[in-house]
Design a protein around this ligand. Structure first.
Ligand code: NZQ
Ligand code: ZN
Length: 383
């Protein structure tokens, strides 16, 4: 196992009715900037619960944060937060609202151009942030990362700082009952791929992390289709929500190699062609596994045996079967696994490669050897 440092300060309140705990977590007298997305929270009763729990606080509400949160929108939230002298941020929504709110929290404490925070300037201070999660997928509710879209530049810009861990996250599985089918599938695929990217690399004698990853993957495989079949099954939603948080709260990746190439290639597909985040992952991951079958051989065989119970056939057949099972699972979750299903053909590949080059994504993967030529082969397999 490799050396690591682990830190995760986010307090989780999990379960039905936990939104009422907001008043315990936000200091009395705070001026709270409440951020949300396009309006789902008004239709599913989440806002009513938040409003009731925040009685007595001074509140400024900022709505309209898009899926793949946009820089220009977030800058408007920063201006509002400044004008209203807010000193606490409460994000109510999915990964986009939480990511966007991390940026707002940092920008409200930054005197320079907000864009600096997305182009390499280190976050030195941030307002305290809490969140009420309504979509289980990204893990943003208890990690220090965020991704913001700059539309004019056609870029998804990542940032990260230990100052941006939410102070607390409220996870009430009931809030996810109202998710559209597409977002149920997206959430399961995103959590699945986060787990794979910290697992399916090469062995480093870390059996605990391996089995932790395998248990997350198996739980997602079992519970994901149930959420499509019975959207209001509380226990299914609870299991998925807890899986998604753990898939990217930092613990799984301790001491093991990681391969975030699927995410990096996927971000370019979203920035250029507006595919949902998880839609990009479902297209890229099976293609990447096929292309990297030699360097990932040992783990692919382990994945085949332990996650999919594939024991028959020679090594090549078992790897093929594991990749096919992965693809079938994504399809079962309603998420297409080829670019052509999104109306994209080979003509997009040079544009994606140019973006990867522009963003210096030319040594991806756990071995740092996914260069542009390998990315091209992955994209060709994804057609
Ligand atoms: O805006 P509203 O009206 O709320 O609708 C949202 C949005 O349209 C809707 N939704 C959310 N909760 C709902 C609901 N609809 C009905 N009922 C509910 N309970 O779902 C739509 C998608 O929401 P979004 O927040 O965009 O989805 P997700 O949580 O998948 O977040 C995706 C974003 O997270 C980033 C992605 O790049 C993307 O920008 N990521 C963040 C990561 C992180 N911080 O660690 C890691 C991930 O890999 C990912 O890159
Ligand atoms: Zn993701």
């Amino acid at each position: 196992m490799r050396n690591f440092s682990f830190y995760n300060p986010t307090k989780i309140h999990f379960g039905e009715g936990q939104i009422a705990k907001l008043s315990r977590e936000i200091p009395a007298g705070s001026r709270v900037l409440v951020t949300h997305g396009g309006g789902s929270i008004f239709q599913n009763g989440v806002w009513a619960q938040v409003e009731a729990a925040l009685a007595g606080y001074s509140i400024s509400r900022f709505g309209g944060i898009e899926a793949n949160p946009q820089f220009d929108t977030l800058v408007r939230a920063v201006e509002q937060g400044k004008a209203e002298q807010c000193d606490f941020i409460l994000a109510v929504g999915g990964g986009s609202v939480i990511d966007g709110s991390k940026f707002i929290a940092a920008a409200l404490c930054y005197a320079g151009e907000p864009l600096d925070l997305l182009t390499g300037t280190r976050v030195q201070a941030a307002l305290p942030l809490g969140c009420v999660l309504t979509l289980a997928a990204t893990g943003s509710e208890s990690n220090p990362h965020g991704v913001v879209t700059h539309v004019a530049r056609q870029e998804k810009l990542g940032f990260s700082s230990a100052l941006l861990y939410p102070r607390f996250a409220i996870l009430d599985p009931r809030t996810t009952f109202s998710l559209p089918t597409r977002q149920i599938g997206n959430g399961v695929v995103d959590a699945f791929v986060h787990t794979i990217e910290q697992y399916l690399t090469f062995p480093v004698d870390a059996p605990l992390q391996d089995r932790y990853a395998e248990s997350l993957l198996q739980t997602l495989i079992e519970e994901g289709p149930k959420a499509l079949a019975a959207p209001e099954d509380y226990n299914v939603r609870a299991n998925l929500m807890w899986c998604a948080t753990q898939a990217l709260n930092g613990l799984l990746g301790c001491g093991v190699p990681q391969d975030w190439a699927t995410h990096m290639i996927g971000h370019e597909l979203t920035a250029l062609y507006h595919l949902d985040h998880a839609q990009t992952l479902a297209v890229v991951l099976p293609a990447l596994l096929a292309e990297r079958r030699d360097s990932k051989r040992a783990k692919l065989l382990q994945y085949a045996a332990r996650v999919w119970q594939i024991e028959q056939g020679d090594e090549e057949q078992r790897i093929d079967a594991a990749i096919a099972a992965t693809r079938t699972f994504f399809q079962r979750m309603g998420v297409p696994t080829s670019l052509s299903e999104h109306g994209l053909g080979a003509e997009v590949i040079p544009h994606v490669l140019a973006q990867l080059e522009r963003h210096k994504m030319v040594t991806l993967g756990e071995q740092r050897d996914i260069d542009l030529a390998v990315s091209e082969r992955i994209l060709l397999r994804a057609l």
